[in-house]
Design a protein around this ligand. Sequence first.
Ligand code: ZN
Length: 423
Amino acid sequence: MNLKQVRRCVLYARLSVTKEESVSIARQLQSCRRYAEARGWEIVGEFVDDGVSATANRPEERLGWKSLLAARDFDAVIIWKVDRLARRVLDFLHADETLQKRGAGLVAVEDPIDMTSPQGRAFAVMLAVFGEMEAEAIRARVRAARAQILKDGRWPGGGIPYGYQSVPNPDGPGRVLMKDVERIGWLSDAVAKALRGETVNAIATWLTKSGAPLPVRRAERTSGSTSWNRQTVDGLLRNPVLAGMTPHNPGRAKSTKRVDPFAVLRDDRDRPVVNEALAIVSFDEFESLQRLLDARTVPQARKQSERQATSPFLSRVARCDECAVFLCRGTNQKRPVLYCPSCRQTIGRTALDAYLIDRLLLERGNAMVGDLAVEEAWARAGHDDKARRTVLVSQLDALVVRRGVVGRYFDEDRVLLTWRCEL
Ligand SMILES: [Zn+2]
């Protein structure tokens, strides 16, 4: 393919999610258009990938590049620079090969590449090599800078935990955390209450009633609201900063909702690095606090009657022994129950849910759900009853409820539970 024969071309521009480059899509397209104009080429299409990091995926996985390849009748693709197409040499060569197969050439406005001669190809490969090295260097720089900041005991940025504030580092550049005198007392009291066994709901109510200042960011977002909720309290009781530790979870996807309270910065011997100036509890106290909170995520610790009746946790899970139909969710004298729509037998949810959860974690805690252990999948599901249901159902072979004497007390013998066979 000789570029002198080019008549019709398409443009391709890409902006990655990372802030490593500043040339906008609009400017990339503009210079590509000028390039085409100067040569008298007709532009028959413009394709864009916005917010896709070239290091994260290959050209053929990007929507914009895919639609470009699906387009017809063009002899050349104009890009602004080689690194817009790919940051890895193999990806670059692969994309170019695809274009060659369909008789199209690749040109870059800023890089003098000419894929029609061996010398030109060699030069393009060299540019791609530099692009790859540069991308790796940028990643390494970011990692190293963050590691150094943490090692120095500085605050790397991000959400500041309740009870603390960031202040200019007295010993050098950057910022450090310190206790926020206005809020740290509330935090200590909340932690002490939780350690004494008070529920997260009770603590949230107490904070609201006592007029404890809300977390700064929440106060800004919901101006006027002064009430604390369970999620906020639960989150601050699980923050490793309570024991002076620094959250640190390299390589973990940001989308993972649940924070692992023990994913913290550790020293060479894998011991958590502790900043005593920030700690309000010892490591041991922090550990038992986490155990208490985990134990409390079973349903009876929450406002149960209305919650459990509508909770999807046991939706279409248990069947009636006599009628073989699924039991429905409902209430009986304001208490949550499952009932059979056909024969009307009922069983109380409060004890049943707790019983099922106990057995699930005890008997199937180490079984696998996808690539997670049940225990871990359960912890990740948190308070999300749909996610909890998925974990339970993944292990369940059958759950059948037999008729029993209706009464206050939970009778285990009514519940016939069989787990799925391990493969
Ligand atoms: Zn029935």
